[in-house]
Design a protein around this ligand. Structure first.
Ligand SMILES: *Cc1c(COP(=O)(O)O)cnc(C)c1O
Length: 392
């Protein structure tokens, strides 16, 4: 009911709205992805790399002081401890193995803040495959450390010079590249978005998160199911992975946390579930922030990873069906929550993840509720933001 159907839809959302010239590529992937993922040799290689290269399983940590403060039982799923510092690597490892089995020799990706670009360049270095990352010219200037990382990893970073010179323009360039190189190239999409089968494929690669939560919680609490799972949502991949094995456990509350930016009504926000209307972005039908005549609105959030005008189709469906509870958190609330986690638990979270921790100020839980929060990434990359914000 909450999984993708055979036509590639979650309720009314999803599908594959792509230029005709990309159809053979996307169709080839659609026909093969489930079969490839089910091959024992694929599973073996994927599991081995998650273990020895990424460092999985990531711990499920009982946050004692945070739990005391909010008078409920809070566990952190430590994706911040993964190699490269976030959950994104789970997906790029899966997709590079997929690309190899599809016979692809060249990888393209687009990136905004550079996190997905780095995760992609990392797996291309690991496999010795050519990597081209499209990035808006403005983002290249803003994200120098990640650009340097990608270059060190051997990727070519190509600037997108059109439009607002940010993420959506980089996406357009990547799609143009794919149209021109349909045979040898695989396009690694970084979140649970894009034309079918990407949202489902990315979700399955990230579903290792909830697969681990189940047995880890069983060890610690004697039961597989928490009362709530909480995750921040940009495109929605860490949330999709954290929710996946609980989608049909209706007693498990699924809480998706979006970036309200400076506030829902300020025009500087990325709270898609509230501000979005049905539209098409990145080849799928979903909730999308747009003007009355359907032009994509430039989103805003202090956290680069949540600064996205759409949301994955699975989440759009979780939102409109009522299965998911959507909460939006402002920049200020997120920054304070990030500092609090640091002081209470000695963990500096990515600002994306800080949004998920900010909900405890207003959303009350019972003392015996078990709440698992996806700590999607570590805050090292955000240090300058924290320095500027708190005048450290
Ligand atoms: C990219 C990123 C996100 C947002 O992406 P999703 O696909 O919504 O998970 C969240 N947290 C961190 C640390 C990220 O790097």
């Amino acid at each position: 009911m909450y999984n993708v159907n055979e036509k590639g839809y979650y309720g009314e959302f999803g599908g594959a709205f792509i230029p005709e010239m990309l159809y053979p590529n996307v169709e080839h992937l659609r026909q093969r992805y489930l079969e490839i993922m089910a091959e024992p040799s694929f599973k073996e290689e994927f599991d081995q790399l998650l273990k020895d290269y990424v460092g999985r399983p990531s711990p499920l940590y009982f946050a004692k002081r945070l739990s005391q403060k909010y008078n409920t039982k809070i566990y952190l799923k430590r994706e911040d401890l993964n190699h490269t510092g976030a959950h994104k690597i789970n997906n790029t490892i899966g997709q590079i193995l997929m690309a190899k089995r599809l016979g692809k020799k060249r990888i393209i990706a687009e990136t905004g803040a550079g996190q997905h670009g780095v995760a992609t360049a990392t797996v291309c270095a690991l496999m010795g495959i050519v990597c081209i990352v499209y990035m808006g010219e403005i983002d290249i200037a803003r994200q120098a450390p990640n650009v340097a990382r990608m270059k060190m990893l051997g990727a070519e970073v190509r600037p997108a010079l059109s439009g607002s010179k940010t993420l959506k323009d980089a996406t357009n360039e990547a799609i143009r590249d794919w149209i021109n190189n349909p045979v040898d190239t695989h396009y690694i999409i970084g979140s649970a978005i894009g034309p079918h089968p990407y949202p489902d494929m990315v979700t399955r690669f990230q579903s290792i998160i909830s697969e681990e939560i189940k047995w880890q919680l069983k060890e610690k609490e004697g039961k597989e199911n928490p009362d709530y799972v909480v995750a921040c949502v940009g495109g929605g991949s860490n949330a999709a992975g954290a929710f996946y094995h609980y989608l049909h456990e209706e007693k498990v509350g699924l809480i998706a946390v979006e970036a309200a930016g400076k506030g829902i009504d300020t025009g500087q926000s990325a709270a898609t579930s509230i501000l979005g209307k049905v539209g098409i972005i990145h080849g799928c039908k979903t909730l999308l922030m747009q003007t009355d005549d359907g032009q994509i609105t430039e989103p805003y959030s202090i956290s680069a990873g949540l600064d996205y005008p759409g949301v994955g189709p699975m989440h759009a469906h979780l939102c409109t069906s009522g299965r998911g509870e959507f909460i939006s958190i402002t920049d200020d609330e997120a920054m304070q929550a990030g500092l609090m986690l640091t002081k209470l638990e000695g963990i500096i979270p990515a600002i994306e993840s800080s949004h998920a921790f900010a909900i405890f100020e207003n959303r009350k839980f019972n003392p015996d509720d078990v709440v698992v929060v996806s700590l999607s990434g570590r805050g090292d990359k955000d240090l300058q933001n924290y320095i500027d914000y708190f005048k450290l």
